[in-house]
Write a protein that binds this ligand. Structure first.
Ligand SMILES: *Cc1c(COP(=O)(O)O)cnc(C)c1O
Length: 418
């Protein structure tokens, strides 16, 4: 190959670099590089989104059995059909219908390689030259990364900490124009732990209808609601505005490695169909990779046979963990704690930097915390809110208490004395 060949003139991809630099993983890597190898205490990880390694967060026995049975049956060794095997689509439709005004058809469900691929599919399909998408701040940075890579313009609307992280609807209206294709909502919330009321969701749907865009409702934490607001699926408002719901086994069953998620299309008025958006979604899924047939084969048993008591045990654990955070964090003067989490496995706290010496921002806070206390916390900058912190509380309770006490000791040590 000559020196002038296209390959030898590659100089990376600016969009790709920008996209990968803003992932949660890359922020956590920076923080972890600062751990002190000479600290004898265990590292307390409060930055992750995957509690599956902790004994209390082991998945349901029936789910494990379902996968073993699927393997042993030898029925699921073949390729999947591209939208997912019919029994899996039917099982997801039934699972979601329980909480729905009308029965969901398996035709409206597409099985994906986790919620991540669902995000990939929807962002890729909606990206058009000149189009923009409205993303929450704080939010889940994979949306930013995917949108940047697909050249889809990003506009951020705020979630309001003083209103339990509700969407700033006035701000949303001010951002939208006739190039806006969609807004993303994450409920229950990552990173805020919010669970939105029926009324708030309805207002969001009506706003989207008025402004003329669809809603992508990321419900990766669907049903992980342990506070006073029950979880309400956005799909209920599909008759107001078309909704794509993203769901997954990863979080409610604590098996992110099984890579099984889905997209539900709620469009009783046929708007997505009419504009050929459904067709595009199907075509893109056709040319992407399929989720493992084994987990799809196991899915009907997983969804039908997991007991209520498994789910309530998870919720009790998360509630107790959230209460522990509340009890300890509210005692720390340089941390403001706007509202108690009601769902998911995260909460956001704000740093009062003027009270701290030798710490200039959230990233420095997290780096020094890792170095001095062997505690990993995610800087708010990773989720779009500088000088805040995201704390994961889905860890063994004894670890959580230890980690929070170390955070407290650290902040006291770094507090300015008059
Ligand atoms: C974890 C997470 C995902 C990705 O879920 P997978 O099913 O593991 O791919 C998507 N959205 C949000 C908000 C998440 O927290």
């Amino acid at each position: 190959m000559g020196e002038k060949s296209t390959l030898w003139n590659f100089e990376g991809d600016e969009h790709l670099n920008k996209a990968s630099a803003c992932t949660i993983r890359s922020f956590l890597t920076t923080v972890k590089e600062n751990l002190n190898q000479n600290d004898d205490r265990p590292v307390i990880p409060l930055g992750h989104g995957d509690p599956s390694g902790f004994p209390s967060f082991r998945t349901a026995q029936v789910a494990e059995d379902a996968v073993v049975d699927a393997v042993r049956s030898a029925k699921f060794n073949s390729y999947s059909s591209s939208l997912g095997i019919l029994d899996a689509r039917r099982a997801i439709a039934e699972y979601l219908s329980d909480d729905h005004p009308y029965d969901i058809s398996p035709k409206d469900v597409f099985v994906t390689v986790g919620a991540r691929q669902a995000i990939d599919v929807l962002i890729t399909v909606l990206a058009r030259p000149g189009a923009n998408i409205l993303l929450p701040r704080p939010g889940y940075p994979l949306y930013e990364a995917r949108a940047v890579f697909s050249h889809l313009e990003i506009r951020h609307f705020d979630l309001l900490p003083e209103k339990a992280w509700e969407v700033d609807l006035n701000g949303l209206e001010a951002l939208a124009d006739d190039k806006t294709v969609a807004m993303v909502l994450i409920n229950p919330g990552n990173p805020c732990g919010n669970v939105y009321t029926h009324e708030h969701l309805q207002k969001i749907a009506e706003t989207a209808k008025k402004l003329g865009f669809l809603i992508i409702s990321d419900e990766a934490y669907g049903y992980l609601a342990f506070g006073s607001n029950p979880f309400v699926p956005m799909a209920r408002f599909g008759s107001i505005v078309p909704v794509f719901t993203i769901g997954s086994l990863s979080k409610r069953w604590m098996v992110p490695g099984w890579r099984l998620g889905w997209i539900l299309m709620s469009d009783p008025n046929g708007i997505l169909q009419k504009h050929k958006i459904t067709e595009c979604v199907k075509s893109y899924i056709d040319i992407s990779s399929d989720p493992s047939t084994i987990t799809q084969g196991a899915l009907p048993q997983i969804l039908k046979r997991t007991t209520k008591s498994f789910h309530s045990k998870t919720l009790n654990l998360l509630r107790e963990a959230a209460d522990t955070c509340h009890a300890i964090l509210k005692e720390i003067p340089c941390i403001t704690y706007p509202s108690r989490p009601q769902g998911s496995m995260f909460l956001m706290v704000k740093l009062n930097l003027p009270l701290l010496k030798d710490i200039n921002d959230d990233i420095e806070f997290c780096i020094k915390l890792a170095r001095e206390e062997s505690v990993i916390v995610l800087p708010g900058a990773a989720v779009g809110l500088k000088n805040w912190l995201r704390i994961t509380f889905a860890v063994e309770l004894s670890y959580l208490e230890d980690g929070l006490e170390r955070i407290k000791a650290f902040t006291l040590r770094h507090t300015k004395t008059e």
